[in-house]
Structure formats: C-alpha cells, structure tokens
Ligand binder design. Sequence first.
Ligand SMILES: Cc1ncc(COP(=O)(O)O)c(C=O)c1O
Length: 396
Amino acid sequence: MYVTDDEEIQILKSLIESQELFRFKGKNIPSQCSLFEDELSLYLGTKHSLILTSGTNALVLALQALKIGPGDEVIVPSFTFFATIAAVVQVQAIPIIANIDSSLTIDPNECERLITLKTKAIIPVHMDGLPCAMTEILTLAKKYNLAVIEDVAQAMGGEFKGQKLGTLGDYGCFSFNMDKTLSCGEGGAIVTSHAEEFKRVQLAHDTCSQFGATWRENFTPSDCFIGYSMRVSELSGGMMRAQLKKADLILKKLRTSKKLLIEKLESANIDYIKAHCPLGDCGTSLHLKFEDAKQAILFSKKMMEQEVTTIPISIRPAHAVWQWIHLLREEKFIHPKLNPFLHSDRKPKELYHQMNYLATTEYLTTTTKIPIPFKFETAQIEQLAEKIIKTRQLLN
Ligand SMILES: Cc1ncc(COP(=O)(O)O)c(C=O)c1O
C-alpha cells in the first residue's frame, strides 16, 4: 500500500455506518464492488473485471475458467512468488517451470522448448513491475494454441507497448494485498475480455451467485456448477475505488524517480536490468547487476551501513525457484489424492531438479533489487543515486 488519505477513511466510515456490507444488492443495483469493477475495466481497457479475495484466487479462477485441470501442463516462470505455482497445483495441473532470462522475466525460448501436447497455458509474471516479453509470448500462444494468463500481482498499471498489463493475454490476475501498489489489505481481481468464460469466473467465485437475484439471470442451467466462496465485502470494493483513483499519480511519481535514477547510473556506467518496455515499467524498483553473487551481497551490506535497504534477490523468501521447488519435488500436496502427478506420467524428481535452473540461479544471485521509495522527492533520489554510485564503484 503506497498512499491512503481521507477518501478511504470516509468511504469506509460511511459503509460501516450503513451496515450494508454485502456486495449483492439485487438486479441492476450498483454496489461499491460492481462500481469498482466497472472503473477497473475502464482504467485497464478491458471488458470484464471481478474483485475477489486474493491474487492467488484470481489465478485459480483463470485456470478454472479455461477448464484447465488434471493432466494439463501450465508453464510458469522460475522467478515468481510461490502463489503462482500453488494456483496451478490447486486445479490439479502440473506447473512446468521455465527459466527467466536477463530481463528477470520468463524466457520465451525456454517456454517454447517446454511446450508439449499437454500444455494448455503460459503464465507470464510481470515481476517487480517489469513487463514480460509479451510479443514473443503471445506469438507462441497463437502458434501452439495456448492460453495466456498474466500474473499482474506486482505490476498494477504497468503497460506493454501502450496497452495495460493484464489485458494482453486471455486473463489478467491482480493482487491487492498489503505489499501492492494499490491495496485494501487483502484482495485481488481477475479481468478478461471473454464474455462466456467470464460467466464461469463469476460462478466459480461465488457458488451461490447462481441463486441470488443480482446475477441469477446471467446464467442458463447448463452454465451452472459448484464453485467456491471468494466473494469480498463492500469494504474492499469501496476501498479499492478510492485506491484506483490514485494509480496514475503513484505510477507517475515512481516512474519519474526511476528515470532520474537510471540517468544518474548510466552516466556512471552502472549496469542495471532493462525492462522489455521501459515506458511501461511500473517504476517500483530498480535492479542492479553484479559480476558475481558475492559482489551483490557485499553491495547490499555496504548500503545497509548507509541505511539504504537493497535486497539481493536470492534472499527474498518465496520468490526464487530454489526456495519453493522442494515442495513439488517431494510431492507435498494438501491431500495424497489431490496430487497432480496421479494424472501425469511426469516424474517430479526429474522435472524439478535444481540443475534445470542454472540460468535462473545465475541471474538471480547476481542481482540486487533497490525498492524506489514512493515518498522520495528529487533531492532524495539524487542522494540515493550518489550512494549507489559510490558504493558500486568501491566494489570495482
Ligand atoms: C507474483 C505474485 N503472484 C501472485 C501473488 C498472490 O497474491 P495474493 O497474496 O493476493 O494471493 C503475489 C502476492 O504477493 C505475487 O507477488
């Protein structure tokens, strides 16, 4: 969460006072949730949006909407928050992990190498606000008839060639948890332009929505099935309406700061990760490249001494493949009969061998993330750049 002000307080106060916190109010009666969904669709340039409990559940719903399930394979990147992988497992499909490339996002060449007759979708994850190589990914998807589910949890408002991230593939999945640019504490959203599949999303997100007056007429009896409960209250809808209004202001400031930081670093010949679409990069962080892992750690240590937090990517708790791969290799599933490998001839020990991820290991251990503080003004960004340059030069 970057910014809150009186608007969030007022909207939450009036909702609590109203005691009307259920999102469904009746046919054609707007609610805070439905208004937020309309506003999100407009902001992103898509047709359908649904607010729900989390980004993980948005991914689960996208997979469910596409009828991806037991025996199917889904390509995911080796650098993502573990939730992306957990969502695939939750629908009983097999996550096939592709290395990232020097952009820190999924390597399209690796994706093509991993496609089999069982592959149904690719999940590009726009990590740390960095857009993936969407032209190549969409070309692959078309060539092999695969769906694309964009994990936009860390890249709200980001763009690729002028189009908002989350709207380039079949589905966009957002998270509104506390760490995210826009937040209501916990929450998420799924967006799509597929009208028919969106009915599956609505039904799956609230199994009882087929009985209630608000949506009942959207569905024919043949549409209906037993779904989940991922519905949120009006408090989330109202808070996200206030948050969404701040998206452009937040992104503008972050991007201006990152641009200035990059100008300074370039003038000192300091190497950093270049986004696939620099103009669409959210600007939430900048990633520095080092010759080896030792240098990346030493740099962070020296920056800590100057009270600047920089994060060697390798120590982020649940993001690098080697931090979560053992759960798949050792078949740690929630129930023995809910093991996706019961429906596949793949062998977890071969599929998830650490030696398959040497490229990722090389990229991640030699990179350090510098979060760009939203509150920093020009002078503070200049000071940050000076500290980075001096410390980096000291290590040479
Ligand atoms: C890349 C990525 N995907 C998915 C998620 C899951 O979102 P949530 O925590 O809202 O379930 C996160 C959350 O941090 C994330 O960073």
